[in-house]
Write a protein that binds this ligand. Structure first.
Ligand code: UD1
Length: 420
């Protein structure tokens, strides 16, 4: 199992280019199941989650080929059953439920796995499928959904923590081939949902309102093949921006969508980081000491839960007190105990982490627990004095394309080491 060995203390400097968004490409790959025609997806990041999704599509009968950052899928003849072992490895595999149900009127997928960040129910996905007319059974770790007909209807998808991103994607993908009109209320507004809606519309679907809390889908009889370029990964871009600030460096981030990152950029500016945006380029620089800021995670356009851990590292290095409140996922503070090993002072009170910042961090061996926690540990290691060994980095490889190479390009002293 690989680890990352980081020698900290070097400010990151230089230029880096953002990859395509993991959270956009996974549902888009699932959406290729909606047509027997060929779909070409460009700007696909080379991630283990993307490989898993390719394998899942292949296990359903689709032809999948990869050429550089282009993935081609042709789901000519497919079956409704997914491979349990593949599907349980990745939470996003749940989003094959909607397209299989839409196209075949039958879908059986295993209850998904993925990052261990609290309980991750799929009740809203199932509620949506049922509302469209599917009969569901949950048995032996599988969800089986069958429908003679799918019929458009009004579906409220707001949950305890607000809208659901993949739930919205799933219902949209089932509804595009349903009879009549479906209206999703309390839909997720994330840019990745908008990118999926754009992909589906290019396939011939009739969708309006994506990006707002009300999405209307008018079912069509069939969809056709399409070519599409995935949006840039706003979470990766935010991770580089925070790493630049945390190490006291200056980084230019190319190929980003700053308009998808307003909440993060606003907080960084409040903290005293210099952020300049010019088209698709972001320049981030830290001048001197930062100020503590409070952060609360929210659905888009609020501060993303996927950047909470990285921001905590920045606050741990900033003199003063800051409160980081997690409103999307319970137990998404697994990084706190590992950050403490590097010297960060953070205590947890219910959904909030109280960060007493300003104590210098010093390197130590740490264990990555989930994808974004791993990114936070890498930033902490880059900022700390001495050496940090981040273990279990397979989490990072799920969501960050060539992160070690990209960081080395910015002057970081970071190496992948194989652990026996
Ligand atoms: C997606 C992202 C993930 C991000 C998350 C929130 C992908 C592949 N993953 O995950 O990186 O952290 O959005 O921005 O796109 N919930 C329910 N019932 C459900 C579904 C969700 O109660 O049926 C709850 C969840 O427990 C959580 C909240 O709703 O509290 C938001 O989860 P959701 O938006 O569904 O996350 P994902 O789509 O799985």
């Amino acid at each position: 199992m690989d680890s990352l060995l980081i020698k900290g203390g070097t400010p990151l400097r230089g230029e880096v280019t953002v990859s395509g968004a993991k959270n956009a490409v996974l549902p888009i790959m699932a959406a290729t199941l909606l047509t027997p025609e060929k779909c070409v997806i460009r700007r696909v990041p080379d991630l283990s989650d993307v490989q898993f999704m390719g394998q899942i599509l292949a296990s359903l009968g689709a032809k999948v080929s990869v050429n550089g950052d282009t993935v081609t899928v042709q789901a000519g003849k497919i079956k409704p059953f997914g491979d349990y072992d593949l599907i349980r490895k990745m939470r996003a595999s749940i989003c094959i439920l909607g397209p299989l149900l839409g196209r075949l009127r039958h879908s059986r997928v295993s209850l998904p796995g993925g990052c261990v960040i609290g309980t991750r129910p799929i009740d809203l996905h199932l509620k949506g499928m049922e509302a469209l007319g599917a009969k569901l059974t949950v048995e032996g770790g599988y969800v089986d959904a069958k429908a003679k007909r799918l019929i458009g209807t009004d579906i409220f998808l707001g949950g305890r923590a607000g809208p659901t991103v993949l739930g919205t994607a799933n219902v949209m993908m089932a509804a595009v081939l349903a009879d009549g009109v479906t209206t999703i209320e309390s839909a997720a507004c994330e840019p990745e949902v908008v990118d999926l809606a754009f992909f589906l519309s290019s396939m011939g679907a009739r969708i309006s309102g994506a990006g707002s809390p009300t999405i209307t889908i008018t079912g069509v009889k069939e969809l056709h093949g399409v070519e599409h370029e995935v949006i840039p990964d706003r979470i990766e871009a935010a991770t580089f921006a925070i790493a630049a600030a945390a190490t006291g460096g200056e980084v230019t981030i190319h190929g980003a969508r700053p308009d998808h990152m307003s909440a993060v950029l606003d907080k960084l500016r409040d903290a005293g980081v210099r952020v300049e945006r010019k088209g698709l380029t972001l320049s981030v620089r830290r001048n001197g000491t930062l100020r503590p800021v409070d952060v609360t995670t929210q659905p888009y356009a609020g501060f993303p839960t996927d950047v909470q851990a990285q921001m905590m590292v920045l606050m741990a290095m900033t003199p003063g007190l800051s409160i980081i409140t997690e409103r999307i996922f319970e137990s998404r503070f697994m990084h706190v105990s590992e950050l403490a090993r590097l010297g960060a002072e953070v205590s947890i009170e219910g959904p909030s982490a109280i960060v007493k910042g300003g104590r210098p961090l010093s390197g130590a061996p740490v264990m990555a627990s989930d994808l974004r926690a791993s990114a936070a540990l890498v930033i902490a290691g880059l900022s700390a004095r001495g050496s940090t060994l981040v273990n279990r980095i397979y989490h990072l490889d799920r969501g960050y394309e060539k992160i070690d190479q990209k960081l080395r390009g910015l002057g970081a002293r970071i190496q992948r080491v194989e652990q026996p």
